[in-house]
Design a protein around this ligand. Structure first.
Ligand SMILES: [Zn+2]
Length: 280
């Protein structure tokens, strides 16, 4: 390898934002807040440690994920409740909003629908910002802990990684065989998880989550949602996951519905406008 004479000049070129979000239609947070004020709690599920649970939210409703007994991170999957093929697209959400998400940002769905599935309305960890390691909370950079990577790195058979927890929960909710349900499990929103990339090697890191009991992340459901949340075997992710070593706690999911007369003429965002002809 030869270092070119103009290496410093090439490195000094200023970056440009790949996807400027100024062109996106902004969520009407004031209207959502008005809906929330009238919304009625209709259900809750306590996600057991090292396991997952599912929940449904009608379009125009809300769901809140709360820390209850102690610091705990959660791995969230979302599907269109009427069509499992439309699901949360972690990578495109990252491309649009950055590595971590907070209030006012949206979780986007997969192609071809590619529309907002959920909008974050409240984040009690919004104060955290970015720490001196480059870490922040609620990431869309990790995937989900899974038994395959664990097997490659450690050789074991561990069955309570978030990937497996989400697979079992989806299979139970839908009646799908385990291997079919597994194919619908996708990269997650890492709720409450504190992560970043190391500055020297660019490796994905985690550190103890700043979440404490009472903290929550709340979402507006832009479309009818089927959600699955895994209480990660990593607990607060201060040491390791993919084992039963970490101290783990449950997570609470509460669902709120907005009465139809309050929603009025509000409708879900339409599927993406691209015509799908791909130049043919
Ligand atoms: Zn996990």
């Amino acid at each position: 390898m030869t270092i070119p004479a103009d290496a410093a000049a090439r490195r000094a070129v200023k970056p440009v934002i790949c996807y400027p979000v100024e062109a996106l239609a902004q969520p009407d947070l004031a209207t959502y807040a008005a809906f929330r004020a009238q919304a009625v709690k209709t259900g809750e599920v306590l996600v057991p440690p090292r396991d997952a649970a599912t929940f449904t939210v009608p379009a125009g409703g809300f769901f809140r994920i709360s820390s209850v007994d102690g610091p705990q991170v959660g791995d969230l999957n979302l599907w269109n409740a009427d069509d499992l093929s439309e699901r949360f697209y972690s990578g495109k959400t990252r491309a649009l909003h950055g590595t971590h998400v907070t209030t006012g940002q949206r979780l986007w769905s997969s192609f071809p629908g590619m529309r907002p599935m959920a909008t974050i309305l409240a984040d009690t960890l919004g104060w955290y910002g970015k720490d001196s390691f480059g870490g922040s909370v609620h990431d869309v950079i990790g995937t989900r802990c899974d038994p395959y990577t664990h097997n490659l790195l450690s050789g074991g058979q561990y069955h309570h990684c978030c990937h497996s927890n989400l697979t079992r929960a989806l299979a139970d909710a839908t009646g799908l065989p385990l291997h079919i349900a597994e194919a619908h499990v996708h990269d997650v929103l890492n709720v409450f998880m504190c992560t970043g990339f190391t500055r020297d090697t660019g490796q994905y890191f985690m550190k103890a989550s700043p979440v404490r009991p009472g903290d929550y992340l709340e979402f507006f459901a832009e479309i009818p949602l089927l959600g699955a949340l895994s209480a990660c075997p990593g607990g607060d992710c201060s040491s390791e996951h993919s084992s039963d070593q970490a101290m783990c706690h449950p997570l609470l999911v509460e669902v709120f519905e907005t009465p139809a007369d309050v929603l009025g003429d509000w409708v879900s965002p339409p599927p993406n406008g691209y015509d799908r002809s791909h130049g043919r």
